[in-house]
Ligand binder design. Structure first.
Ligand code: AMP
Length: 468
């Protein structure tokens, strides 16, 4: 096994890597670092969690530092490296990585993205920046305002190119590419290589080397999806109930906010479920410690925000729970992709209340799967929210002929739900207890046709439900 020193990295970078606690390079790092150091263009088939950020950041820092300028004048610090990312979260994470890995190197780093005031970014850019991490739209704003000049960029990185494509950023990326007249080296990272990505690569890479590492969710690895419709104020109790009654261990729970993560972790601990939280307010050391405890099984539940969870690499995580649905369907895909790995099936459970109905619909539209609904006895949704949350008109429910089959190995042993009769109280098929009167029938199942599963597999690279 190669060490970081074997890869040809400078002692200043080796020191930073050691401070991060990395003992050996990941496969993408072992392959990419020597190539980038040698000045080659690269097409990297790798997604978050593989260590791809260090795979490009470390050799870039080394190449840039070799010709660093020690002058204090901003004019002597033009942007020499540009990293484009599709989202602000990723931009922040990449910038943080450059700061961590480059802390003994002394290059000026900045990040710009939309949705925040542009003025502070302008000031920072005017003071001279050598490594710039940016989302495409806001970068073009700066170009138009003439606060940034890209004509001296030597190294250009396009990170998560497939997501850029999904989010419609490619025209902006092409506009930016046209401004990089001094570009010497180009790196493109993408989890998938569609024809469109290849076309884009042709536009700016010169004789690129293709470096690929195993996908996190290879086709054989499976994720099932399940929605528990629930009243908002009952979510926490339902979560405790599920964790205890199903003896769920190693559960990654997502909340929308840092405050929400803290609060939930506190409440779960009070309910006797040993829980840790990770989010942006925690230091790197605290995050690592929480993760280590989680991996070692000392805490069974890890509550996280999307930002904090990015880059978490946990083997064989059986459950992901969405305590709140994410705002963007892409984040749902990223969250769910944390389970169903290493050949074992995983389950992504979402606790969904009435006001999240719209988000649920968007997620289903994006993943092209109608997610199964399951009301847990005693934890139903508000009555007025039930029809929307169950997501199927009444007449569909009565169609006996195409009564959906069971999906996912986990549920293959369960009986089909009984048709609700007005006089009898329907039975929850999991707990064999009556469900809340007045709520919708206990279980809604719909099997996505094979064709849909194939589409989803194509779209999400193996992020599919197991065929029944
Ligand atoms: P990335 O794929 O770049 O998002 O990185 C995923 C996570 O792996 C980040 O939290 C990094 O800090 C961590 N990481 C990167 N390289 C290594 C390494 N060689 N050893 C251990 N952890 C690493």
């Amino acid at each position: 096994m190669k060490t970081f020193a074997d890869l040809g990295l400078h002692p200043d970078l080796l020191k930073a890597v050691a401070e991060q606690g990395y003992t050996e390079p990941t496969p993408i790092q072992a392959q990419a670092i020597p190539l980038v150091l040698a000045g080659r263009d690269l097409m990297g088939g790798a997604q978050t969690g593989t260590g791809k950020t260090a795979a490009f950041a470390l050799p870039m820092l080394q190449r840039l530092a070799a010709h660093a300028n020690t002058s204090a004048s901003p004019a002597r610090h033009p942007v020499r490296a540009l990293i484009l990312t599709p989202t602000r979260e990723l931009a922040l994470q990449v910038e943080e990585s450059f700061r961590d890995y480059g802390k003994h190197v002394g290059l000026r780093i900045a990040v710009v993205f939309g949705g925040v005031p542009i003025e502070p970014q302008m000031q920072q850019l005017r003071s001279g920046v050598e490594i710039l991490v940016a989302t495409p739209g806001r970068l073009l704003d700066h170009v138009h305002q003439r606060t940034v000049n890209l004509s001296q960029v030597e190294i250009f990185v396009l990170d998560e190119a497939d997501r850029m494509l999904d989010m419609g950023f490619i025209p902006d990326v092409r506009r930016i590419l046209a401004l990089l007249t001094a570009r010497k080296q180009g790196l493109l990272f993408s989890a998938t290589f569609s024809d469109e990505i290849k076309k884009l690569a042709d536009a700016f890479l010169r004789h690129p080397v293709l470096v690929e590492v195993a996908r996190r969710n290879a086709a054989a690895e499976l994720v099932s999806h399940l929605v528990h419709p629930v009243a908002r104020e009952r979510k926490r109790d339902l979560l405790v109930h599920l964790l205890k009654s199903r003896d769920m261990k190693q559960v990654l729970v997502f909340t929308a906010t840092r405050l929400g993560a803290n609060r939930l972790a506190y409440q779960l601990n009070r309910s006797g479920v040993h829980t840790a939280a990770i989010h942006g307010d925690k230091t790197q050391t605290e995050r690592i410690q929480a993760l280590e405890e989680f991996k070692a099984g000392k805490v069974g539940v890890l509550v996280a925000t999307d930002v904090a969870a990015r880059g978490l690499d946990i083997e064989q995580l059986p459950y992901v729970v969405n305590f709140e649905l994410p705002n963007s369907p892409e984040d749902y895909v990223h969250r769910s992709g944390r389970t169903g790995r290493a050949g074992s099936t995983g389950l992504a459970i979402s606790l969904v209340c009435g006001e999240e109905t719209e988000r649920l619909v968007e997620i289903e539209r994006m993943i092209k799967v109608k997610i199964e609904r399951e009301i847990v006895a005693g934890f139903g949704p508000d009555v007025r929210d039930a029809p929307g949350l169950m997501g199927r008109p009444d007449r569909d429910r009565r169609r006996g002929a195409d009564e959906p089959r069971l999906t996912g190995s986990r549920r293959a042993d369960r009986a089909a739900p009984p048709a609700p009769k007005p006089s009898a109280r329907p039975v929850d098929p999991i707990f064999s207890k009556p469900y809340e009167p007045g709520a919708a029938p206990p279980v809604e199942r719909q099997r996505a046709p094979q064709q849909r599963e194939r589409q989803v597999a194509a779209l999400l690279g193996g992020f599919i439900r197991k065929p029944g």
